[in-house]
Design a protein around this ligand. Structure first.
Ligand code: GLU
Length: 309
């Protein structure tokens, strides 16, 4: 008799980058993930995405633990730090290199800008960045080897066209994933991934030998994540993640992209803009209940962030 495959236990994660203090949007994301895990009888993980060693800081990591603890959350230990995982990302990159789906790229920012004929009309990726103009993609092998031997810095870029073709040839099913919280739908949707819209994304650089895209896909698989819970700002990037999963033979979790918190002017909360509200609020003596009440449903009543601190 054929054994039935056990469904994987529910596992979701909150994966902040420790390059600033958490804001209320992070509190929302983490609490939503923890709530989902508890409702599903599963587990909630915390993963510290500190690959950008130039910007990640230990005190921000401590701040994440303190903030989440204050919110009453608990997570599996030990916590995975991406800075301990560079070897795994290098292995993944090696697979792509062996299949010639990535290429070394020496283009400087200045060269890229110069190659973009008219920035106003140049095609852009779903995040609004100009598509990479393909410099160094078709360099002869001998020239590539010569330059690599010379030792000047380069990045590894995905050859998007080749990668998409590779998947079409090697995977029988179309590239899809489950979006459990579509923006304009009322139930889970199967989304067809269209990664080509991103062009030749960078997968590794000299100073950071992996990229967010590569590391997140490798680690979601490594940690057996069954549902990714994260903000809607990362929804377009899922198309690249789905492609990388297919290229690397990794499983595809389901995705729940939650709404983003905005300030009363409609501006999205962001670390870069200095929205450190959450920590400041609690240090000013606001109770956990009062903070949770600021969060949008299904956790709190608030739709927008209000307080000025
Ligand atoms: N580290 C990312 C961030 O802080 C989130 C990654 C993810 O949830 O996939 O924005």
């Amino acid at each position: 008799m054929m054994a039935m495959k056990e469904p994987s236990p529910f596992l979701t994660r909150f994966a902040p980058s420790p390059n600033g203090w958490l804001h209320l949007g992070h509190a929302y994301s983490a609490m939503l993930g923890a709530q989902k895990a508890s409702q599903a009888g599963g587990q909630f993980l915390l993963r510290i995405e500190d690959i950008d060693i130039g910007r990640a800081r230990p005190h921000f990591i401590d701040g994440i633990y303190q903030d989440l603890d204050w919110l009453g959350l608990d997570w599996q230990r030990p916590v995975l730090l991406q800075s301990t995982r560079f070897e795994a990302y290098a292995q993944a990159l090696k697979i792509l290199r062996e299949r010639e789906l990535v290429y070394p790229c020496w283009a400087t920012r200045r060269e890229i800008l110069a190659a973009i004929a008219d920035p106003a009309t140049w095609p852009r990726d779903p995040d609004g960045a100009p598509l990479y103009p393909g410099l160094y993609r078709d360099l002869p092998d001998s020239e590539r080897k010569r330059r690599m031997w010379e030792g000047s810095d380069y990045a590894w870029r995905l050859d998007m066209k080749k990668a998409v073709q590779w998947v079409q040839k090697n995977t029988p099913q179309p590239l899809t994933y489950q979006e459990l919280n579509p923006q304009d739908g009322d139930g889970p949707q199967t989304v067809l991934a269209t990664p080509a819209a991103y062009g030749d994304v960078v997968l590794a650089r000299k100073e950071v030998p992996t990229s967010y895209h590569l590391a997140v896909v490798v680690d979601d698989a490594f940690q057996n994540i069954t549902q990714v819970t994260r903000g809607r700002d990362l929804s377009p990037a899922t198309h690249i993640h789905r492609l990388l999963q297919a290229l690397l033979g990794l499983p595809t979790p389901d995705y729940f992209h939650h709404a983003l918190m905005r300030d009363p002017q409609g501006r999205r909360l962001s670390k870069q803009a200095g929205d450190s509200g959450f920590r400041d609020l609690r240090q000013q003596g606001m109770s956990r209940e009062a903070v949770v009440a600021l969060l949008p449903p299904p956790l709190g009543e608030g739709e927008f962030l209000i307080p000025q601190v």
